[in-house]
Design a protein around this ligand. Structure first.
Ligand code: BJW
Length: 229
C-alpha cells in the first residue's frame, strides 16, 4: 500500500502556464548569463541587473495570463484525496502550486513573491518591484532587500525536511525538471535507496532519466492527471 509520496517539480510544470523554463532554446538563460543573474557574486557586482531580472519575472507571474494548469491542479487534488502523506517539493519560485490549492509544499529555491533583508534575513511578501528606494520593513534602510530566492552556491531551503521525507517515501515522482541542478537532481537516488517506486514525467529525457525506474513522456498537463487518477 502506498503511504508516502514525494513529488519534485521543476520549470516544465509551469511552462504550459506561460512561464519560461531555464534551459530550453528560448529559455530564461538564453538572454542572460547565469553567473550574472543567479549567483550572490552577480548580485554584488550588479544589483540593478539582478533586481530588474526578478522584477520582470514577478510582473509576468502576476499578469492575468499566468494561471495554474491541469498539472498543478492534479497535484493539489491528489493531496486532498490521498489518505497518506504527500509532500510537494518545488524548485520553482512561482506561486502556481499554492494557487492551485497545494498546502504541504516546500519551495526549495525560494519564492518570487517574497523579499529578504540582507542584514536580518527577515522575509516579507512583495507584489511590486524591488527598487533601490524601497525601505526595508525591518531596518528602515534602502538597498537592503533582495529576492528571497536560492542562487548557485547558496543552500536550498528546508533540506532536512526534504531528505527525511525522501528516506521514508514509497513513491517519488519528478516532473518537468532537467536534472542538471543539485541537490534536487540527486533526490532520485535517495528515493531509490529507500526502496521507492521512482517515476519521471518529462517531455524529453533528462540528465537523470536512467536513475528512474519508470518514465512518462509527454506534457505534464496530460501525464500528471493520468498518473494521479
Ligand atoms: C516539460 C514541459 C512540459 C518543459 N511538461 N516537461 C553536486 C552536488 C551538490 C551540488 C552541486 C554539485 N555540483 C554542482 C553543485 C552546485 C550547484 C549545481 O547544481 N550546479 C550545476 C549547474 C552542476 N548547486 C547549487 O549551488 C545549489 N546549492 C547547493 O548545492 O548548496 C550546497 C548543498 C550541497 C548538498 C546538499 C545541500 C546543499 C543551489 C542551486 C540553486 C539553483 N537556483 C536556480 C535559480 C533560482 C531562482 C530563479 O528561479 O531564478 O533554480 S537555477 C535554476 O535551475 C532554478 C531552477 O529551480 C533550477 C532547475 O531548473 P529546472 O526546473 O530543472 O528547469 P530546466 O529549464 O532546466 O528544465 C525544464 C525541464 O522541463 C526540461 O527537462 C524539459 O524537457 C521539461 N519540460 N516543458 C513536462 N510541458
Amino acid at each position: 500500500m502506498i503511504k508516502r509520496i514525494v513529488v519534485l517539480t521543476g520549470a516544465g510544470i509551469s511552462a504550459e502556464s506561460g512561464i519560461q523554463t531555464f534551459r530550453a532554446a528560448d529559455g530564461l538563460w538564453e538572454n542572460h548569463r547565469v553567473e550574472d543573474v543567479a549567483t550572490p557574486e552577480g548580485f554584488d557586482a550588479n544589483p540593478e541587473l539582478v533586481q530588474s531580472f526578478y522584477n520582470q519575472r514577478r510582473r509576468g507571474l502576476l499578469s492575468a495570463a499566468v494561471q495554474p494548469n491541469a498539472a498543478h491542479i492534479a497535484l493539489a487534488e491528489l493531496e486532498q484525496n490521498f489518505h497518506g502523506e504527500l509532500l510537494l517539493v518545488t524548485q520553482n519560485i512561482d506561486d502556481l502550486h499554492k494557487r492551485a490549492g497545494s498546502r504541504r509544499l516546500i519551495h526549495m529555491h525560494g519564492e518570487l513573491l517574497k523579499m529578504r533583508c540582507i542584514s536580518s534575513q527577515q522575509v516579507f511578501e512583495i507584489l511590486e518591484d524591488i527598487t533601490p528606494e524601497l525601505r526595508c520593513p525591518c531596518c528602515g534602510l534602502r538597498n537592503m532587500l533582495r529576492p528571497h530566492v536560492v542562487w548557485f552556491g547558496e543552500m536550498p531551503l528546508a533540506m532536512d525536511d526534504i531528505y527525511t521525507a525522501l528516506a521514508r517515501c514509497d513513491v517519488f515522482v519528478a516532473v518537468g525538471t532537467s536534472g542538471q541542478v543539485y541537490p534536487a537532481a540527486g533526490f532520485v537516488e535517495v528515493a531509490n535507496e529507500a526502496g521507492a517506486r521512482t517515476i519521471e514525467v518529462n517531455l524529453d529525457d533528462s540528465a537523470r532519466t536512467s536513475a528512474f525506474a519508470e518514465q512518462r513522456r509527454g506534457l505534464a498537463s496530460r501525464e500528471l492527471p493520468a498518473l494521479c487518477r
